[in-house]
Design a protein around this ligand. Structure first.
Ligand code: PEP
Ligand code: MN
Length: 336
C-alpha cells in the first residue's frame, strides 16, 4: 500500500503519519519527491482503516500496489540501485563483469584464471566452493578450503569475490568475508536460505529459478530485502522450455522487464543459459544490448579437464574477445 501525501505536507507530518501507521503493525518507508512525499507500507496492513486514512487533510490518495513485492519495486525507489563493492560496482555506469570458473578446483587453477580475467577486464571473480550438482556423484566443491582460495585470489588480484551459499548452515563459513553471496537457481525459493542471507549485510546475487516467473523471482528478492539486506542483484540465467538445443533458454526480455519493475541491478549469465561455449559470446552481446548491468561468465584455463561445466567455459583468450566485443555495444546503449 502506498500513501501519497498532498503537496506542501511538512516532513514532520509525513514522519508522524509513518509512525502512526507503523503502530498498526506494518513498516513504512518515506520517499520524498519534488512535489509529493509517499509512504510505502510493507508487511501487515490489515489493521489500517483505508477510508479513514484517505479522509485525512494531508493525504492525497491511497494506492494499492498490484505487485506483491514492495522493497524491490521501482515505485518506492525510482532510482537505480548501485552498489560499490571493493573497487568495483554493480548497477551504475560501469558494466559489471563477473568471471571465473564454475568451481574452485585448486589454488593453482583459481589463481591462474583470476590473474587472466583481471588483466582482461573482469571486475569480479566468481567460483563455486559449495556446488549444487545434479548428481551426488559429481564434484561437490572444495567447501571451506575453496573459500580460503578465493580470498587468496582476491588478495592477489584485488577482485571482489562472488561465491554460492547453499544452506543457512554455511553462514559461518562465509562470514562477512565473501564480497557477494550467490544464491543459485535451484535455491531461488529456498525460503530459509533467503531469510538467512536477509539477515546479513552482504550483497546477494540471486539467480532466477529455472521455472520461476518474473514475479516469483522478484518475490524471492523481496524475501531477502524484507530481512533488511537490501543489496540484491538479479541474475537471469536461462529458464527451462521445450527447446533442448541449449541447456536453458535465455529469457532476454527478463532484462528490460525486471529493470522496468525493479530498481535492483540486473545481470545475465549467458554461460548457464547456453550450456555451449560458442553461444556464450552472442548471448552476452544480446544481454548488454538489452540493457543488462553486468554479466557472469564461466572461464577455465583447461575446460577439457574442468570438474564442472567445462563445455560452457571459455578459455581466457576467448573471454578477452568477448569483453572486447561487448564494450562498444555498452557504449551505444549508454548513448556515448
Ligand atoms: C553457477 O553459477 O555455478 C550455477 C550453479 O548456476 P545456476 O544456479 O544458475 O545453475
Ligand atoms: Mn557452472
Amino acid at each position: 500500500m502506498i500513501i501519497v501525501m498532498k503537496p506542501g505536507t511538512t516532513p514532520e507530518e509525513v514522519n508522524r503519519l509513518k509512525d502512526e501507521v507503523e503502530l498498526l503493525g506494518c513498516k513504512g518507508s518515506i520517499t520524498q519527491g519534488e512535489n509529493y512525499a509517499i509512504i510505502g507500507l510493507v508487511g501487515d496492513t490489515r489493521n489500517i482503516n483505508v477510508g479513514q486514512l484517505e479522509a485525512r487533510a494531508n493525504v492525497a490518495k491511497i494506492m494499492h500496489v498490484a505487485e506483491p513485492y514492495k522493497k524491490a519495486n521501482r515505485l518506492f525507489h525510482p532510482k537505480d540501485s548501485v552498489y560499490k563493492i571493493g573497487e568495483s560496482s554493480i548497477g551504475g555506469k560501469e558494466l559489471a563483469i563477473i568471471a571465473g570458473p564454475c568451481a574452485v578446483e585448486s589454488e593453482e587453477q583459481l589463481l591462474s584464471i583470476a590473474k587472466d580475467v583481471k588483466r582482461m577486464g573482469a571486475t569480479f571473480l566468481r567460483g563455486g566452493a559449495f556446488k549444487p550438482r545434479t548428481s551426488p556423484y559429481s564434484f561437490q566443491g572444495l567447501g571451506q578450503e575453496g573459500i580460503e582460495i578465493l580470498k587468496e585470489a582476491r588478495r592477489i588480484t584485488g577482485l571482489p569475490i562472488v561465491t554460492e551459499m547453499m544452506s543457512p548452515a554455511q553462514v559461518g563459513a562465509f562470514g562477512e568475508e565473501v564480497d557477494v553471496i550467490q544464491i543459485g537457481a535451484r535455491n531461488m525459493q529456498n525460503f530459509d536460505l533467503l531469510k538467512a542471507v536477509g539477515q546479513l549485510r552482504v550483497p546477494v546475487l540471486l539467480k532466477r529459478g529455472m521455472a520461476a516467473t518474473l514475479t516469483e523471482f522478484l518475490m524471492a528478492a523481496e524475501y531477502i530485502m524484507a530481512g533488511g539486506n537490501e543489496q540484491v542483484i538479479l541474475c537471469e540465467r536461462g529458464i527451462r522450455t521445450f527447446e533442448t538445443y541449449t541447456r536453458n533458454t535465455l529469457d532476454i526480455s527478463a532484462v528490460p522487464v525486471l529493470k522496468k519493475k525493479s530498481h535492483l541491478p540486473v545481470i545475465v549469465d549467458p554461460s548457464h543459459a547456453a550450456g555451449i561455449r560458442w553461444l556464450v559470446e552472442p548471448l552476452a552481446m544480446a544481454a548488454v544490448a538489452a540493457g543488462a548491468d553486468g554479466l557472469s561468465i564461466e572461464v577455465h584455463n583447461n575446460p577439457e579437464k574442468a570438474l564442472s561445466d567445462g563445455q560452457q567455459s571459455l578459455l581466457p583468450e576467448d573471454f578477452k574477445k568477448l569483453v572486447d566485443r561487448i564494450r562498444p555495444i555498452r557504449k551505444v546503449i549508454q548513448g556515448e
